[in-house]
Design a protein around this ligand. Structure first.
Ligand code: AQP
Length: 332
């Protein structure tokens, strides 16, 4: 069976609709057909300041949301990144293979560094993509289910796997990004040309799955559209309406074309009211399930411990092979 690996940051606590549709939903589907490794990447989270207690709570909350979304810990290894030390260790080797210029070209780094300012930008934020390379290569993953914003990081992973293999001999599987066209990028409700993001300009554009469903319904109803009246998918000229149609279609399985027909001659209000209901119907049970998992932290921690054990069974021999290849002397 081929392998998949992906990760999600616990920094915001709640996942947003972009995280779910762009990534997590594919994780759930892929565990049927693949050996799956899914991780809450707390080490990535600390590339920007985090309050320690909040980070701990949000790490559990993230794991609970993954379970609520349908990750089955019997089939998938669900673990916390910092529980598997090999991530940091392989990242060091990968840091030593990455060009400074190469890392400087990562657009996510440039965006995030611009937000943090020169003094607030840590070296950890700079090498974040390289840690992500290690996350993927440790598991010899064939596919990496992510949103479009992560494509460049998966490309870097491919380059580094190939570089390592060429320099030291065949060691790593060269992975591919697994990005579904329909959900590659979910957009901000208020700024529909920008991706939905936890660091959105306004919280009104961001649909957090753990928010009160009523608040979520309000956000959908006040989504930005345009001055026309026609409900038509046209990303270029009607980004707001297209985003709503995309979310609607992805949550219900009804095609965009069928939605266009359904809403022909109707106003934006009707579309928004119905979509608000669709989203509320999705988030309400999701949220309840998450809270149930959170209610029993001992069980949650056991699931994560067993996930880390499964992860280490694959990560440890991969790291040992890499240590050998680069010429580290084995300790007695
Ligand atoms: N808007 C989105 N559409 C589709 N996929 C998305 N992802 C994130 N936003 C969208 C995907 O979600 C997965 C987990 O993301 P992450 O934990 O790496 O967080 P991120 O990419 O940093 O998410 P944000 O909210 O966009 O955070 P900031 O504001 O910090 O950049 C990934 O697979 C990602 O592609």
């Amino acid at each position: 069976r081929s392998r998949v690996l992906s990760g999600i940051q616990p920094s915001a606590g709640s996942f947003h609709l972009g995280n779910y549709l762009g990534a997590v939903r594919q994780w759930v589907a892929l565990q049927e057909s693949h050996d799956a490794f899914y991780t809450v990447v707390d080490m990535h989270a600390i590339t920007v300041p985090q309050d320690p207690d909040t980070l701990r709570a949000n790490t559990r909350l993230s794991a609970a949301q993954l379970l609520a979304a349908g990750i089955d810990p019997e089939r998938s290894a669900l673990f916390v990144q910092s529980h598997v030390r090999e991530h940091a260790e392989l990242a060091w080797i990968m840091n030593c293979l990455t060009g400074f210029g190469e890392a400087s070209r990562m657009t996510q780094f440039k965006d995030k560094a611009a937000k943090q300012g020169a003094e607030g930008t840590t070296v950890g934020l700079f090498t974040y993509p390289v840690l992500q390379v290690a996350d993927i290569l440790l598991y010899q993953a064939h596919q990496v289910p992510v949103g479009e914003d992560q494509r460049q990081h998966v490309e870097l992973t491919r380059d580094l796997a190939e570089r390592f293999n060429a320099r030291y001999g065949e060691t790593f599987v060269v992975p591919e990004a697994y990005i579904l066209k329909e959900t590659a990028k979910i957009y901000d409700l208020q700024e529909p040309s920008a991706k939905m993001s936890k660091s959105a300009a306004s919280p009104k554009g961001l649909v957090n799955l753990m928010d009160e469903p009523k608040a979520t319904a309000r956000k959908i109803k006040s989504a930005v559209t345009d001055t026309e009246t026609e409900i038509r998918f046209d990303r270029e000229n009607k980004p707001g309406v297209s985003n709503l149609l995309g979310i609607y279609s992805n949550l219900t399985g009804v095609t965009v074309q069928a939605l266009e027909e359904k809403y022909a001659g109707k106003g934006y209000g009707a579309l928004k009211t119905d979509l608000a209901e669709v989203v509320v119907d999705f988030v309400t049970p999701f949220r309840d399930r998450t809270l149930e998992y959170l209610d029993d932290p001992a069980t949650l921690d056991k699931i994560l411990a067993s996930g880390a054990e499964k992860a280490r069974e694959v990560a440890a021999p991969t790291l040992a092979a890499a240590y050998d290849k680069v010429g580290f002397l084995r300790p007695l």
